[in-house]
Ligand binder design. Structure first.
Ligand code: DAT
Length: 194
């Protein structure tokens, strides 16, 4: 992966287990997955439909200089995870955020009520990444990341099983159904205390 399965979740639909903690009035969602799987596209549509605040960690890191340097091999910024978490803390406490990043093991577990892992067929992902100009180690590393389901494993080892949901993101129909399902989940979400 740059810098750094099947449906999880309690019922696979993502709609049943929508009671969260943390005292938030609105849920926080993390959308993760290998670069090119559709995180930004999905987050931006869900954010519009559900009135969530879309936080693109890559953009935030650049804008606020939350990095330690540049990785020459993978041609990406080396993010400072502690600075990123400090930057996000207050917003995450309030809730109503959809966070978009190709990593998930350094955020506090209790920040998220749902962790979505997008997954893309290797041939499709290869086409998306090459058309983005990826080549060499950056391309191979990202493809390997998807083949070995690195983000799904990372999510499963960092968050409770019922919070993690893997979703296919190959075709436009997947995009529509993922956005619809997540929007419905947000609409039905109630904090555990209410
Ligand atoms: P990411 O943020 O994970 O890097 P992206 O949202 O930028 O990915 O999407 C990469 C490209 O793939 C972009 O051209 C939009 C397209 N795309 C994303 N999800 C898709 C889907 N489910 N069906 C078809 N195209 C999709």
């Amino acid at each position: 992966m740059e810098g750094g399965g099947s449906c999880g979740g309690s019922d696979g639909s993502g709609v049943a287990s929508n009671y969260g903690g943390g005292g938030r009035e609105r849920p926080n969602i993390l959308v993760t997955g290998t670069p090119g799987t559709g995180k930004t596209t999905t987050c931006s549509l869900v954010a519009d439909a559900s009135h969530l605040h879309h936080i693109d960690i890559g953009k935030l890191v650049k804008a606020k200089h939350l990095y330690d340097g540049w990785d020459e091999e993978f041609e990406c910024l080396i993010i400072n995870e502690e600075l990123v978490c400090d930057e996000l803390e207050d917003m995450m406490e309030v809730g109503g955020n959809i966070v978009d990043y190709h990593g998930c093991d350094f955020f506090p577990e209790n920040w998220f009520d749902r962790v979505v892992v997008l997954q893309t067929n290797i041939t499709i992902l290869h086409d998306r990444l090459t058309s983005r100009g990826y080549m060499g180690p950056k391309l191979t590393n990202n493809i390997d990341c998807e083949i070995f389901q690195v983000l799904h494993e990372e999510a499963r080892s960092s968050y409770a099983e019922e919070v993690v949901l893997a979703l296919p993101s190959n075709h436009i129909e997947d995009l529509s159904s993922n956005v619809r399902m997540l929007t419905e989940w947000v609409d039905n979400w109630r904090s555990a205390g209410s």
